[in-house]
Design a protein around this ligand. Structure first.
Ligand SMILES: C[S@@+](CC[C@H](N)C(=O)[O-])C[C@H]1O[C@@H](n2cnc3c(N)ncnc32)[C@H](O)[C@@H]1O
Length: 196
C-alpha cells in the first residue's frame, strides 16, 4: 500500500469500515484531523509493512479498524471487557479481552502501541513505566493527553522525546512518545508533509 502524506490526511477515506462502525462512533469516526484521530491512525498504518500494532482500549473497535487500514499489518486490540456492538471479522484484527500487561513480550515486540483507555493517568503511567523499564524501542501514541489534569500531569512527566500531534489528531490531545531515536527515519516520513 502506498504511504499517505500528512498534508493529505483529510482526503484519506475510511469508508471501507462503515459496516463495523456503530453507536456514537458513527458520528465521530469520519471526522477530520484535529477533531478526531482516526485518519491519523490510518496514516500511521501506511508507513509500516508486516508490523503488529497494539491497540489498548478496544471499546467499539474503531481505533483497531483505523490501525488495520493497511492490510499488510496486524492489529491486536485489548480491552478488559468486550463492548463491541458489531462483530468485526477482519483477517488482520484480533481482539483480546484481558490485561495487556499479561502479554508483555507482545507489547515490547510491537513497533507501535496506541493507548486510549480511561485517561486517569494511572494506567498510562503504568504502561509508560513498563515500556521504559524494558527498553522498548517503538512508538507510543496516546489519546487525550490534554483532556484533564491527570493526563496533563502524566504527559508533562514523559521524559523521552515526545511530539504533540493534536493538530492532526484528536481535539483532546494526541501525543507521540519516541522511545528510540533510531526510528527517526520513519518519523521523518510519517510526520513531514511532502511538498507534492
Ligand atoms: C475511550 S475507550 C477506547 C476507544 C477506542 N480506542 C476507539 O477509539 O475506538 C476506552 C476503553 O478502554 C478500556 N480500558 C480501560 N482500562 C483498560 C486497560 N487497562 N486495558 C485495556 N482496556 C482498558 C475501557 O473498557 C474502554 O472500553
Amino acid at each position: 500500500m502506498e504511504r499517505t502524506d500528512l498534508a493529505n490526511l483529510e482526503s484519506l477515506s475510511l469508508e471501507q469500515f462503515r459496516p463495523y462502525v456503530t453507536g456514537i462512533y458513527t458520528k465521530y469516526f469520519w471526522s477530520k484531523p484535529g477533531e478526531e484521530h482516526y485518519k491519523l491512525l490510518a496514516h500511521f498504518s501506511t508507513h509500516y509493512h508486516g508490523a503488529t500494532f497494539i491497540d489498548l482500549g478496544t471499546s467499539f473497535g474503531c481505533s483497531a479498524l483505523a490501525l488495520a487500514y493497511n492490510p499488510a499489518n496486524r492489529v491486536i486490540s485489548y480491552d478488559l471487557e468486550d463492548k463491541k456492538e458489531a462483530a468485526i471479522d477482519l483477517p488482520n484484527v484480533e481482539f483480546r479481552v484481558k490485561n495487556a500487561l499479561e502479554d508483555g513480550d507482545q507489547l515490547l515486540a510491537s513497533p507501535l502501541i496506541l493507548l486510549d483507555t480511561y485517561h486517569d493517568g494511572v494506567f498510562e503511567q503504568e504502561m509508560y513505566d513498563f515500556l521504559s523499564r524494558n527498553n522498548y524501542t517503538g512508538l507510543l501514541l496516546l489519546d487525550d493527553i490534554h483532556v484533564n489534569p491527570a493526563m496533563q500531569q502524566f504527559w508533562s512527566g514523559v521524559s523521552h522525546t515526545k511530539l504533540d500531534l493534536t493538530t492532526w489528531g484528536h481535539w483532546s490531545g494526541t501525543g507521540l512518545v519516541v522511545f528510540d531515536m533510531a526510528s527517526s527515519t520513519l518519523l521523518g516520513s510519517l510526520l513531514t508533509p511532502s511538498a507534492a
